[in-house]
Design a protein around this ligand. Structure first.
Ligand code: ANZ
Ligand code: ZN
Length: 875
């Protein structure tokens, strides 16, 4: 019989429409059933899905389908992270409306995702730009505002003096406005923020409970929050400080190094620096230069350390005769600690660079105990590298010989008792690197902040029954700046409190706000309130969250904050702290790169290949000239090493793409996409399809009762089947998809091999093996599995079938290997049935060639058999 080919693209469409018409993946809240919430990070509707999406959503889908088969009520939703700059840029460039552009992209991407055959409950779909979603976000904002978790404060923005507008960080390119090219200024402006610092400690503490998160993500979060235990130290200033200041407070995590101090430094915006600038034009000019450099951490870290002596003099807290200069310096941030430091060059790299530039003393006060190591450390300090490791104190009077930690405590105790102007010189202080989350954006395509400003009443919340505050549809995008600001009518409203003319807030929310609670909304996307309590209580937390490592910090931290803030604001059970019980960060999809003879990047579809291995050559199809095969890199538009998921799905089918994505590398690692790899997956699909054809004549009919007698071949196949069933299940559960795939390849080989054999009950064992095989590939290649299931004679949906029960008894290997000795000396080993009788084992041992040789013809006096362990022949 000539096997017909499996026509994946055609059959996939068929099964997708069957699932859709039967509502196969619709989910309801059902507290009687155990639940499992599987979520992949929702996409930004850029217009087309890329291979990274294919990988991400395939993984989630395998888990969702598997959990469903295991009897869980599975929530596996999809939506769109739809606000943001690209839509607004498109509007500016192409005279289209951001909404039009966004919804067109959503339609296109939704069709693509559907073609992947994902088991998603599409009835729960929403886009964050739908007023029916952001209306609830505005409600959350108001309730957080009422609890003091949302507030307005003055903070810095990038100001484009030519376009007269605030710029987002990504619109500042090399210090200039992306559009005007003007030098960007830092301006203070009232902006909205969420009080994430309120939970700083808890956000660190609770990381310890997230045992199903990657260690590296927990570390990144911890570093971002950046808790440091230190000391606030007040330094007396000598008489002539410009604003009459008599003291300067610094924050330090290393008070132990106080005897190595050689200068103080303050941020350009520190009040003392501002006063010094007024008195001294050189200080003013320097501060201005710092402001222009910007305040991003990266620029500050990498810039040359520069400063200017203010002429102000401070007195060392432990020695009234020790005077230190106060500098304004470019590496001191105003919004960390107190915006002022004491510099100890020997033990801080920034300080040593600074000290060497300005001829300040460098005195080591910490050193390793080992003499050689100490000499090396001191030599390195002299050469300009700070010593930042642990050690013992030197040159530090009463602290000499103490380790760093003991010295910290000794000096903290002493300074807490000492006084300056009647108050303690120092106090212990915990500082966080984490800042409150500034959410104001001067953009159109975001969620409007529901506040009205009234000349008499100040900030007035928009009454809840007037939500949503909708974006005006008739905005113009032809000019720079915020379209909401210049809209002729939108911002003008009456004050809800006093009725006088007032204005709306025109800032919109950072799009990270939208993605900080979408997973909550999925639990009941139609609720009248932001959250349906019963639904949220049942579904949350998300049991498995899957996404890219690029969201390891902000998105996850903001979501963790929101979960807590929504608890405080009465929208979530306050007992729920953590939104994502388990997190998985998948690797990237990478691909070879190609360049034409004249150095231009080429798409994979623009080159042709000959040969293999060392002789593999590429040719540019259009010119016939040789092309260069470059390194393997993350798929990107700029390097053109892209493969279009649509092409793959149309050519090979979604199952093939899914299978290859899963098979080739562990999911946390990068996967190298190759044409040969996909083609291999395609061949496996056809092989399985042929196998189904072959077993039609060789396997027992559907529903045949298990025969009384099963020969050894039948038993071996049964054991292989059950073992695979067991391990594949556990490997899917553990997200080790590539291992599960390898095991399925193996089982299909065993089935093929068994086709050529004859044994009692083998036809029955074949039927079992193939049915289970089909069920096991179900989560990974769901269309092919449905097709096979039908071919096996079922008219049910495979997607509705429970995962087969493992027969535990068959997992225990029923053979044992035992050692064979002759006169106490090990000579060989023997594999026998676990149930073998003593006589059987004895006979088998005596037949072994190695035993016969060792006996050398002597009579066997005795054979001692310890079942399942050892045989000793005494001769
Ligand atoms: C003296 C000292 C000696 C310091 C030494 C370090 C090493 P973390 O751990 O990140 O909290 N610092 C304090 N405020 C600063 C600011 N606003 N801008 C720039 N640097 C600032 O860092 C705390 C340390 O960073 C503090 O401890 C301070 O320098 C500096 F051998 O004080 B240290
Ligand atoms: Zn008013």
């Amino acid at each position: 019989m000539a096997a017909e080919r499996y026509n994946a693209p055609e059959r996939e469409q068929h099964w997708q429409s069957v699932w859709e018409s039967r509502g196969a993946f619709r989910t309801t809240t059902d507290p009687a059933k155990p639940k499992c919430y599987v979520l992949e990070m929702f996409p930004y509707p850029s217009g087309r899905i890329h291979m990274g999406h294919v990988r991400n959503y395939t993984m989630g889908d395998v888990l969702a389908r598997y959990k469903r088969a295991r009897g869980f009520n599975v929530l596996h939703p999809m939506g769109w992270d739809a606000f943001g700059m690209p839509a607004e840029n498109a509007a500016m460039e192409r005279q289209t409306h951001p909404a039009k552009w966004t919804y067109a992209n959503i339609a296109a991407m939704k069709a693509q995702l559907k073609s992947m055959g994902l088991a998603i409950d599409w009835t729960r779909e929403f886009a964050t730009c739908d007023p029916s979603y952001y209306r609830h976000q505005q409600r959350l904002f108001l309730d957080m505002y009422a609890k003091g978790l949302a507030y307005r404060r003055s903070s810095k923005v990038n100001w484009d003096p030519v376009d007269q507008t605030v710029l987002a960080n990504e619109q500042v390119i090399d210090g200039r406005g992306w559009r005007s090219g003007a030098l960007v200024e830092q301006r203070e402006r009232l902006q909205w923020a969420f009080k994430i610092t309120e939970f700083a400690d808890d956000l660190i503490e609770a990381l310890g409970t997230l045992d199903k998160w990657p260690e590296k993500v927990r570390v990144m979060q911890e570093n971002w929050i950046g808790r440091s235990e230190g000391l606030l130290i007040r330094w007396a200033l000598d008489g002539a400080a410009p604003n009459g200041a008599t003291e300067l407070e610094v924050f330090t995590t290393r008070p132990d190094t106080l005897y190595g101090a050689s200068f103080l430094a303050i941020a350009p915006d520190h009040p003392l620096a501002l006063a010094a600038a007024e008195a001294n034009p050189a200080v003013a000019a320097f501060s201005e230069e710092c402001r222009r450099m910007g305040t991003s951490l990266a620029t500050i870290e990498s810039a040359e350390k520069k400063g200017i002596d203010t002429g102000i003099v401070a007195t060392h807290p432990l020695d009234p005769n020790w005077k230190l200069p106060v500098y304004v310096a470019n590496f001191i941030l105003m919004d960390y600690g107190t915006g002022a430091i004491f510099g100890c060059p020997a033990h801080d790299q920034r300080d040593i660079e600074f000290a060497r530039a300005y001829g300040l003393p460098v005195v080591p006060v910490v050193a390793p105990t080992d003499a050689k190591a100490r000499a090396r450390a001191i030599a390195e300090i002299e050469a300009g590298t700070a010593y930042v490791d642990d050690g013992v104190m030197i040159n530090s009077q009463f602290m000499d010989g103490l380790d760093v930690k003991a010295a910290f405590n000794a000096i903290a105790d002493r300074l807490e008792k000492a006084t300056l102007a009647g108050k303690p010189v120092a106090k212990r202080k915990i500082n966080y690197r984490l800042r409150d989350w500034g959410i104001s954006r001067q953009r159109y395509w975001g969620c409007p902040i529901p506040i009205i400003h009234c000349g008499d009443c100040g900030e007035v919340p928009v009454p809840v029954d007037q939500l949503p505050v909708k974006l005006p549809e008739d905005a113009s995008f032809s000019e720079p700046g915020n379209p909401l600001d210049r809209h002729p009518t939108w911002r003008h409203v009456d004050c809800p409190k006093c009725g006088k003319p007032a204005t709306r807030e025109t800032d919109t929310m950072d799009t990270f706000v939208d993605s900080s609670w979408y997973f909550v909304r999925f639990t009941d996307p139609n609720a009248d309130t932001p959250v349906d309590q019963a639904a949220a209580d049942y579904w949350l937390p998300v049991d498995q969250y899957i996404g890219g490592i690029e969201h390891a910090i902000l998105h996850l931290l903001y979501s963790r904050f929101f979960t807590r803030a929504m608890g405080v604001a009465g929208h979530l059970n306050p007992k729920l702290k953590e939104p994502f019980a388990a997190l998985f960060t998948q690797g990237m999809v990478v691909h070879e790169t190609y360049k034409s003879a004249d150095g231009a990047w080429l798409l994979p579809t623009e080159v042709r290949f000959e040969g293999e291995g060392d002789t593999r050559r590429a040719t540019e199809i259009s010119t016939g000239k040789p092309a260069q095969i470059g390194s393997i890199e993350k798929m990107s538009k700029s390097k053109k090493n892209l493969v279009d998921p649509d092409d793959i799905i149309q050519h090979y089918g979604a199952d093939c793409a899914r299978w290859f994505m899963l098979s080739d590398s562990p999911p946390e690692r990068d996967v190298i996409w190759t044409e040969a790899g996909v083609a291999g997956a395609g061949r496996f699909i056809q092989r399985l399809w042929r196998l189904l054809g072959e077993i039609e004549t060789k396997a027992a009919p559907k529903g045949t009762a298990r025969p009384a007698e099963l020969g050894p071949e039948a038993m071996a196949l049964r054991r292989a089947t059950q073992k695979t069933l067991d391990t594949v299940g556990r490997n899917i559960e553990g997200l080790r998809f590539n291992v599960a795939v390898a095991q399925l390849y193996e089982l299909s080989n065993e089935v093929s091999a068994a086709l050529g054999k004859a044994d009692a009950g083998l036809d029955w064992a074949l039927r079992e093996a193939v049915e289970h095989l089909v069920q096991m590939i179900g989560p990974m290649m769901p269309h092919l599995a449905e097709e096979c299931w039908a071919r096996l004679g079922y008219n049910t949906l495979l997607a509705d079938q429970p995962w087969p029960q493992v027969e535990g008894a068959l997992l225990v290997d029923d053979h044992v290997t035992i050692a064979v000795q002759v006169n106490g000396k090990r000579r060989d080993e023997l594999t026998v049935a676990r149930s073998a009788a003593k006589e059987e084992i004895e006979a088998a041992a005596l037949k072994l060639e190695s035993v016969v040789r060792a006996i050398e013809g002597r009579p066997v006096r005795k054979v001692i058999v310890v079942p399942q362990r050892i045989v000793n022949v005494v001769a």
